[in-house]
Write a protein that binds this ligand. Structure first.
Ligand code: UGA
Length: 435
């Protein structure tokens, strides 16, 4: 099948590359010329495991093309996946101007049937706005079209696997013609495929992300309680997680959720509910709990070091989660300024995100970047862990201890066993493991 994908962000790039991998002919439309050039050369502007290899393979096979012309994209195929950004507006709602632009341009240019598919996360009933826009700009041209919602559930860091082997596929369609196209497109997928109306599909996406954020905030509150009563949050999560109705995933306590999706989507969902006369106070609390994680962590740093002034601290992990170089709404972006404000001298290390971080936080007298985790801890009064990169699980901890001035570790992601750390001679502080 021929497919057009508009927007080469995480979702668009993964959609384009994966559909091409599955044998479809794909044209990816991207506005930013620099990005187009990079992609054509087979270079991926973000770090995502496996993406570059797959991009190159499909460019070479001629199944994937990249263009900056939306017009070309619209003429290329009947199926147009809208994967453009939906950033946050000042009032917390999603800014849908890029979605509107694709709908408008498609309507102006189309001369035959088009299926417009929302893949970006959008507020419920956005499909209606897309339809209204298409109607307006068609200017009574008699060309058939459909609008559908097919939300994407992939995670950064495991985007390709999540796309190719999803837990489910959700498709909100209104016509038999559109449904047939999706049936063909997803024929090879071995997972439940749920057909709904578009509004339901749109809501499933927002409700899922907010639920996952709620799960994390919930376990973080339980973690606080564990510390007070001397219980172990990892075991509590295991014990809860075996219940199939609960599930163990997304019950990892720590510094809370960041990234380009959860913070924006939870806010947009609250706003959307409010606009429709529903008070989603539960989610406001979920957000509040998440914001407090930073302070909880700072309390641990302060209580283990007393004063931070002039102390050298090593920080491991800057990305909002492992296996990505993405630092959007990462805990590190909030903690680093707080630590600097209290007078700490920081040496930062991250396997992939240092370049992005350095752009926002340039090196200075009190802020240095280390080429590896060991250099970062040299002479440090404490090591702070903000992201659970696998690399940190395999470091030589005895060497780390010897390099440090004081063997204090404040681990915001619970990557080590407290008993092992104690045996190695560390003073180890983690999240919710009071035993
Ligand atoms: C999230 C969803 O998981 C995807 O299903 C969705 O498609 C995506 O948003 C999106 O809407 O585009 P992502 O933001 O890439 O994916 O990353 P997650 O793996 O969900 O992690 C989000 C945050 O939660 C990270 O900061 C992570 O450290 C934190 N987290 C996750 C926890 O603190 N504890 C956990 O148990 C799990």
């Amino acid at each position: 099948m021929r497919i057009t994908v508009v927007g080469a962000g995480y979702v668009g790039l993964t959609t384009a590359v994966c559909f091409a991998h599955l044998g479809h002919e794909v044209l990816l439309v991207e506005k930013i010329p620099l990005k187009v050039d990079m992609l054509r050369r087979g270079e991926v502007p973000i770090y995502e495991p496996g993406m570059e290899e797959m991009l190159r393979e499909n460019l070479k096979a001629g199944r994937l093309g990249v263009t900056s012309s939306l017009e070309e994209g619209i003429q290329f195929s009947d199926v147009i996946f809208i994967c453009v950004g939906t950033p946050q507006s000042e009032d917390g709602s999603a800014d849908l101007s890029q979605v509107e632009e694709v709908a408008r341009e498609t309507a102006k240019l189309m001369t035959s049937y088009k299926l417009l598919v929302e893949k970006s996360t959008v507020p419920v009933n956005t499909h209606k706005l897309i339809k209204r826009t298409v109607e307006r700009y068609l200017k009574k041209k008699d060309v058939p079209y459909d609008v559908a919602s097919n939300p994407e559930f992939l995670r950064e860091g495991s985007a390709i696997r999540d796309f190719l082997y999803p837990d489910r596929i959700v498709i909100g369609v209104e016509s038999e013609r559109a449904r047939k196209i999706f049936e063909e497109l997803y024929a090879g997928f071995n997972c439940p495929i749920i057909y709904t109306d578009p509004a339901t599909a749109e809501l499933i996406k927002h409700a899922s992300n907010s639920f996952l954020a709620m799960k994390i905030s919930y376990i973080n509150m339980v973690a606080d309680l564990c510390e007070k009563v001397g219980a172990d949050i990892k075991l509590v999560a295991d014990g809860m997680g075996f219940d199939k109705r609960i599930g163990r995933e997304f019950l990892n306590a720590g510094l809370g959720w960041g990234g380009s999706c959860f913070p924006k989507d939870v806010r947009a969902f609250i706003k959307m509910a409010e606009d429709n006369g529903v008070d989603f106070g539960l989610l406001r609390e979920v957000e509040k709990i998440n914001r407090r994680r930073i302070e909880r962590f700072m309390e641990k740093v302060r209580s283990s070091l007393w004063s931070l002034k002039g102390k050298k601290l090593a920080v491991w992990g800057l990305s909002f989660k492992p296996n990505t170089d993405d630092i959007r709404e990462a805990v590190s972006t909030k903690l680093v300024p707080l630590l600097l404000k209290e007078g700490a001298r920081l040496v930062l290390y991250d396997p992939k995100a240092m370049e992005n971080f350095r752009r926002v936080f340039p090196e200075g007298d009190d802020l240095k970047y280390a080429p590896d985790p060991y250099t970062a801890v040299e002479g440090a009064s404490a090591l702070l862990i903000l992201t659970e990169w696998e690399e940190f699980q395999h470091v030589d901890l005895l060497r780390v201890k010897e390099l440090m001035e004081l063997p204090i570790v404040v681990d915001g992601r619970n990557i080590y066993e407290p008993s092992v750390m104690k045996q190695l001679g560390f003073e180890y502080h983690c999240m919710g493991r009071g035993v």
